[in-house]
Design a binder for this molecule. Structure first.
Ligand SMILES: O=P(O)(O)O[C@H]1O[C@H](CO)[C@@H](O)[C@H]1O
Ligand code: HPA
Length: 306
């Protein structure tokens, strides 16, 4: 075993040992960890020589309760690199603390992962975006962190990182550049870059909230920031990719003073959004993202990225 387990808290050690003992030697240490967003399970399909665990069996892991999140942890080889992939993630709105949501990230760090690839499905706020676009996350605004649900609250586990971590370079500049190269090599031309707004969920935003968010960010979702915060704390190089699964309605709701006749005359169709739509777009675009992530892993290897 390459790390001194006596330095780590028991809950991390139990989880690490459970997985470590079941892995072949070539997967006992990994270079990269990947988290699949809603509908993006198929990202794991390119991973070879896999060893798969059910979340329900892993000590310290929560279980996935959200449609489009398979609930499997996959270790394997991607583009000649040992990786671990969360096929489905945990969300704060499922009733887990921000600490529980991000628990796996520290486990991945214990397994040696220096690069953390976070993917998600998100609503588009930026009018220049379209459904289906991929967005490299430049930075985030986390309403979870603002409202007392920062995953680093509580005793600082100094074996992972410092009490007051800077958040100035969470989404690694070099990785973002290499991801644009990977996308170009896959002939993908709709790549955008923007700020991710993290909400607790599970309700989607109102039009007034969406107008507010559009002044501070480009995409909105209910994940990623806790994982990125913890990854940054323990010294990982983080990259985040959002798939725009829907454009967010920012139009004011109709005035309540309008009569039904007036509304009918405007051919008013109430906008709507559903998780089914989010998963469907995720499933449609997972293949493209899968190809780019594989190419990205290959480029990291070529660049000896550590
Ligand atoms: O962020 P991921 O897990 O991709 O999922 C997104 O999709 C769900 C809403 O449809 C929310 O969970 C939101 O965060
Ligand atoms: O429009 C959205 N809002 C919040 N979270 C989301 N996840 C996918 N789409 C959305």
């Amino acid at each position: 075993m390459s790390i001194d387990l006596s330095k780590f808290p028991d809950n991390y050690v139990n989880c690490y040992k459970y997985l470590y003992d079941k892995l072949p030697n070539e997967l006992k240490s990994v270079k990269m960890a990947i988290v699949c967003g809603s509908g993006l399970n198929n990202l794991a399909d390119k991973i070879k020589n896999t060893v798969t665990f059910d979340y329900k069996d892993i000590p310290g892991f929560a279980v996935s309760t959200v449609a489009g999140h398979r609930g499997k942890l996959v270790f394997g080889i991607l583009a000649n690199s040992p990786v671990v992939c969360m096929v489905g993630r945990f969300h704060f709105y499922e009733g887990h603390s921000a600490q529980k949501v991000s628990f796996p990230i520290r486990i991945f760090r214990m397994f040696g992962a220096k690069v953390l690839v976070l993917t998600n499905a998100a609503g588009g706020l930026n009018p220049n975006y379209n459904t289906g676009d991929l967005v490299i996350i430049r930075d985030h605004v986390s309403f979870l962190n603002f409202t007392g649900s920062n995953p680093l609250i509580g005793q600082n586990e100094s074996i992972f990182g410092e009490r007051f971590p800077p958040m100035l370079n969470v989404y690694n500049h070099h990785l973002r550049y290499l991801f644009t190269q990977a996308a170009a090599q896959c002939n993908y031309t709709n790549l955008k870059e923007g700020t991710y707004i993290c909400l607790s969920g599970p309700s989607y935003e109102t039009p007034a909230e969406a107008r507010f968010f559009s002044t501070i960010g480009d995409v909105v979702g209910m994940s990623t920031a806790p994982e990125a915060t913890v990854g940054n704390h323990c010294g990982m190089q983080v990259i985040g990719i959002s798939l725009v699964t829907n454009m967010v309605n920012q139009k004011p709701t109709l005035s309540s003073f309008k009569s039904p006749e007036e509304i009918a005359a405007q051919n008013y169709e109430a906008p709507t959004i559903s998780h089914a739509e989010v998963i469907e777009v995720g499933n449609q675009k997972a293949k493209i993202l899968e190809g780019i992530v594989e190419k990205f892993t290959e480029i990291l290897e070529q660049n000896n990225f550590e």
